[in-house]
Design a protein around this ligand. Structure first.
Ligand code: T5A
Length: 218
């Protein structure tokens, strides 16, 4: 596959919406079809960004406000883009990223009131031309999503505590859901809202249909 055909796909949505599961499934399907694919995530995806992730998600990290959060997520993103995303795209791979700049727009902007002009400037400086070709916004009932995320955390860690974002109140998570829907509406050329309800297979079929339609996959 030539570098010109490399695609950048992002998954977005609230906590426990099933985006990570679907990002993995889409990457596996593309790889099976012979498409070189890199699966990555934010915050994280490079050694520096994973260090920032640990700090940001640790419930013991003192509250530092949405502006400082936006700056930290952006610092991690700058490194992730330089170390992982841009080199992969340049080599012709498709990149699937579990969360990207839209999460900053919604969590720190829409819910955290960081001004759009600040986020515009950060995106301009850090992302530049490396914009997603397709953003899949996985939409899910908030209660169901949080229950899924909670069940997964308990099963994995045998601990009951949420990370710094998951642990916020229900109103916060409803605001996030609306934020992602508004963002998708404002960016119809690249965003598709995916109904996250039903089985993993049901959701995967919706994701694949959207990828085929928007990216022209046969
Ligand atoms: N953040 C991130 C910001 O505030 N600003 C930013 O700029 C960025 C980049 C990241 C946190 O950072 C914030 C947002 C987040 O709060 P994280 O640990 O990476 O934290 O968490 P999330 O991205 O929210 O991802 P989660 O892993 O919690 O949830 P997902 O990805 O929505 O869900 P997933 O796929 O892991 O599934 C959750 C559980 O549900 C099951 C899965 O097996 C799993 O157990 N599941 C299903 N069960 C039934 N039916 C289905 N269809 C299912 N699909 C999945």
């Amino acid at each position: 596959m030539s570098p010109a055909s490399a695609k950048f796909i992002t998954f977005e949505g609230g906590e426990g919406s099933g985006k990570s599961t679907q990002a993995r499934r889409l990457a596996a399907r593309l790889q099976k079809d012979g498409v070189p694919t890199v699966l990555t995530r934010e915050p994280g995806g490079s050694p520096f960004a994973e260090r920032v992730r640990a700090l940001l998600l640790d419930p013991a990290t003192p509250a530092h406000g949405p502006l400082a959060e936006a700056l930290l997520f952006s610092a991690a993103r700058a490194d992730h883009l330089n170390v992982a995303i841009r080199p992969a795209l340049a080599a012709g791979a498709w990149v699937i990223c579990d969360r990207f700049a839209d999460s900053t727009r919604v969590y720190q902007g829409y819910a955290g009131n960081v001004p759009a002009a600040v986020l515009d400037a950060l995106e301009h400086a850090i992302i530049g031309e490396t914009r997603p070709d397709l953003t899949l916004v996985v939409d899910m009932d908030v209660g169901e999503g949080l229950a899924r995320a909670h069940a997964r955390r308990v099963a994995k860690t045998e601990r009951n505590d949420a990370d710094r974002f998951e642990g916020r109140d229900r109103t916060f998570h409803e605001t996030l859901r609306q934020g992602f829907l508004d963002l998708a509406k404002a960016n119809p050329q690249r965003c598709v809202v995916i109904d996250g309800s039903g089985s993993e297979e049901d959701v995967a079929a919706r994701v694949w249909g959207a990828a085929q339609r928007v990216l022209g996959i046969a």
